[in-house]
Design a binder for this molecule. Structure first.
Ligand code: ZN
Length: 269
């Protein structure tokens, strides 16, 4: 039995004797099947020619990405807090060097995900770090490709993980899409970690919100307003996106508001 990884989205699936015929994530209209058709790999295969780049992004914030880039190329973030570390999103590759490096940084107390596209081999990661609980919004439950007892399906609009860390459901990209609010980031001014719930624009002065990024399907006005309202009660000065160097470095709350206004104007008659 092997846990195969979809080579297009990078999500690891449940143990099977042979590679699965389908990846439900890639067959959904928010993703796509690779131009050369559905293909699969495994962690031992990835270990042969990939490694993880582990690098500080900001004080107490560590980025973890795979080199060379694999699947959708996201990088996870490890938030270090006095109560333990939270891994936000995940990557497909795990190896001994990564486990050693993350343990040296304090290990992983909990894993939380923005949405099902950026989860990689998170069950493998949970198991490597003492079965760390995996916080996954219950409204995205159908998109769990590898079930495991570590999953904690949280419901509703917010989930407090630690004193400094709250998950905030925003919806939009997925019904259970959320962001991670970290109150002690940026000298106490706060930050959001957003995955695909908010995508950093290339100019770093705006964010955007899409039902599908690769297939360019926008969201409607109601969905955009819901995202803004969800984060309104929280203070944040920075936004860390799901890819290296995707950063809004200051005044991020105003950035979210003006990005939403511009977007709604663009889709209005
Ligand atoms: Zn996505």
């Amino acid at each position: 039995m092997t846990s195969y990884i979809c080579a297009t989205c990078g999500v690891q699936h449940a143990n099977t004797d042979a590679a699965p015929a389908h990846c439900a994530i890639c067959e959904d209209e928010r993703q796509y099947i690779g131009h050369n058709g559905q293909s699969w790999t495994t962690i031992p295969e990835l270990q042969k020619d990939h490694r993880n780049r582990i690098e500080q992004v900001a004080p107490n914030l560590i980025g973890i990405g795979t080199v060379p880039g694999f699947a959708i190329g996201q990088r996870a973030l490890l938030v270090q807090t006095p109560q333990g570390n939270v891994l936000w999103d995940c990557v497909s590759l795990l190896d001994d060097a990564t486990v050693k490096a993350i343990r040296a940084l304090g290990g992983i107390a909990a894993i939380a995900v923005s949405h099902p596209h950026t989860v990689g081999s998170l069950v493998e990661w949970s198991q490597a770090f003492d079965n760390a609980p995996v916080y996954w919004h219950a409204d995205n439950r159908q998109w769990v490709m590898r079930p495991d007892p570590a999953f904690v399906f949280w419901e509703g609009e917010t989930q407090i993980l630690l004193d400094d860390i709250t998950l905030v459901r925003c919806g939009g990209h997925f019904e259970g899409s959320d962001v991670l609010h970290w109150s002690q980031a940026a000298d106490g001014r706060g930050a959001l970690l957003t995955g695909d719930t908010m995508q950093i624009a290339q100019d770093r002065h705006y964010v955007s919100f899409m039902y599908s990024y690769p297939n360019m399907i926008p969201l409607n006005k109601r969905a955009i307003e819901r995202i803004v309202q969800a984060v309104e009660p929280f203070e944040f000065d920075c936004i860390y996106g799901g890819w290296w160097d995707y950063l809004v470095g200051s005044d991020a709350k105003a950035v979210v508001k003006r990005s939403a206004e511009r977007y709604i104007q663009a889709i209005s008659a």
